[in-house]
Design a protein around this ligand. Structure first.
Ligand code: FAD
Length: 421
């Protein structure tokens, strides 16, 4: 390939997703990844129907289902006393939105997208760290740390939370939430795995902490995530989020939650940052995508999903703006992308922050939250329709496209989505 149609910077879930989407629309794509090999760190990831609908369109859903688990329910519990607060019936949810809720190992999702890119003919290049971006006549150019340069008609920067490309558009910094996540998996032979219902995704919400678990790889392992607010972070200390803080943060939680802590990986943890929303993602022929554009706090489990949606939406607009000879009106395609995605992602980012505040309440506020959640109808989807309905291609599309199916099962009564991590 001399100059490809598109350069993608970053081979995470977002970069691979858009590379596949654009190749499917007839574009030649070269992907540059700084790491020496492709891969994902961490354990599970939750994929709501607004993502599995896209995987289905890509012809990848069956493979994703075979690698993941399609749980029956999502349950929210109080982390202090262990009692159930609310639940989603994921079978009914699948019926309503037309696609399943899936949990999958991160490396399985990443591997699935990587194989799809390989099959589609994406040129994948490792050890390629992009250090600068510039627009050219009719396209854009990137320069690598090695001094090499690459050009294309479009450059997509899917380079994550610490994106270098984002600096072209806004002079901001990641915002620390002072929360930190520990992850870990429990092998199937452990009694703990047999003690839980692997058909459920469960989140225990507690004062300044929460704990999530769900089964992975057909029940071969239990994925666990423990998240808490770090007192050292609040005090401005650099060394924050250490294992002693993990144990202290969960000291007041129920036995089941505390018994899960020894299974967390104690040698690595993820400090949780997001960024304030920005509404401009396009600079000439350079466009942001995924966490570079909209890194969220993960409380509504939409970070990777938004990245996959970005790629699908851009692909659809390439199809709409492609002439018979195959040339794409990139200006029009990028304008359409930027007209719809930033507002949706802004809403996800701000909702995620608020959702985290709700999860981590203490004292009287915690009791009031619990009372509200217990009163919620399991089949009330007013919190999820905007999120799990079809991904909008135009700003005015969402309300028109989503036609809720009538509710016919009124026999269960519990409340709101338990999601995140
Ligand atoms: P990244 O995954 O950060 O990928 C960026 C890639 O770019 C990397 O491969 C990096 O090496 C490469 N790169 C960076 N700089 C350069 C450069 N200069 N040159 C070349 N390459 C470069 N999301 C969900 O949808 N569901 C969930 O359940 C969920 N749970 C989460 C739980 C936790 C604890 C956390 C922290 C996040 C969670 N997320 C979840 C969010 C999700 O993981 C991210 O939003 C998503 O992975 C972002 O993908 P990305 O490809 O945009 O960025």
């Amino acid at each position: 390939m001399s100059h490809p149609d598109v350069l993608v910077v970053g081979g995470g879930i977002g970069g691979l997703g858009v590379a596949f989407s654009l190749t499917r629309q007839g574009q030649t794509v070269r992907l540059l990844e700084s790491a020496p090999a492709f891969g994902e760190v961490g354990a599970g990831i939750q994929l709501a129907p607004n993502c599995t609908r896209i995987l289905d369109d890509y012809g990848l859903l069956d493979e994703a289902k075979s690698l993941g688990v399609v749980p029956d329910a999502m349950v929210m519990r109080d982390a202090v006393d262990g009692s159930e607060l609310t639940r989603l019936d994921l079978r009914h949810l699948e019926e309503r939105y037309g696609c399943p809720y899936l949990v999958i190992h991160r490396s399985d999702l990443h591997g699935l997208l990587l194989r799809a890119c390989e099959r589609a003919g994406v040129e994948l290049i490792n050890d390629a760290t992009v250090t600068s971006y510039e627009n050219t006549d009719g396209g854009a150019r990137v320069t690598l740390a090695s001094g090499e340069t690459y050009e294309a008609g479009l450059v997509i920067a899917a380079d994550g939370l610490h994106s270098a490309a984002r600096k072209l558009l806004v002079d901001d910094r990641p915002v620390s939430s002072a929360y930190v996540a520990y992850r870990g998996t429990v092998p199937a032979e452990q009694p703990r795995v047999r003690s839980v219902d692997l058909s459920e995704v469960v989140v225990y919400v507690g004062p300044r902490c929460h704990f999530v678990h769900y089964g992975l790889r057909g029940g071969e392992m239990l994925n666990q995530v423990a998240v808490f607010e770090s007192p050292k972070a609040l005090a401005g200390q650099d060394d924050w989020g250490t294992p002693d803080e993990l144990d202290a943060a969960f000291a007041g939680t129920c036995d089941f939650v505390r018994d899960g802590l020894p299974f967390m990986w104690r040698d690595k943890w993820w400090r949780m940052f997001d960024r304030d929303p920005v509404m401009t993602w396009v600079h000439g022929r350079i466009a942001l995508l995924g966490d570079s554009a909209h890194p969220p706090l993960q409380y509504i489990a939409q970070g990777a999903i938004m990245a996959i949606e970005d790629g699908w939406v851009l692909g659809e607009h390439v199809a709409r703006n492609r002439a018979e000879d195959g040339t794409v009106d990139w200006t029009a395609a990028l304008a359409a992308y930027e007209a719809v995605r930033p507002e949706h992602c802004r809403r996800v980012l701000t909702t995620s922050r608020k959702w985290g505040e709700l999860w981590h309440l203490d004292g009287l506020a915690r009791e009031q939250r619990n009372a509200l959640l217990r009163a919620r109808d399991t089949y009330d989807y007013s919190f999820t329709d905007w999120l799990y309905g079809p991904t909008a291609l135009t700003p005015d599309q969402e309300p028109e496209m989503f036609t809720p199916i009538p509710l016919d099962s009124a026999d269960v009564g519990e409340p709101v989505p338990a999601r995140g991590t």
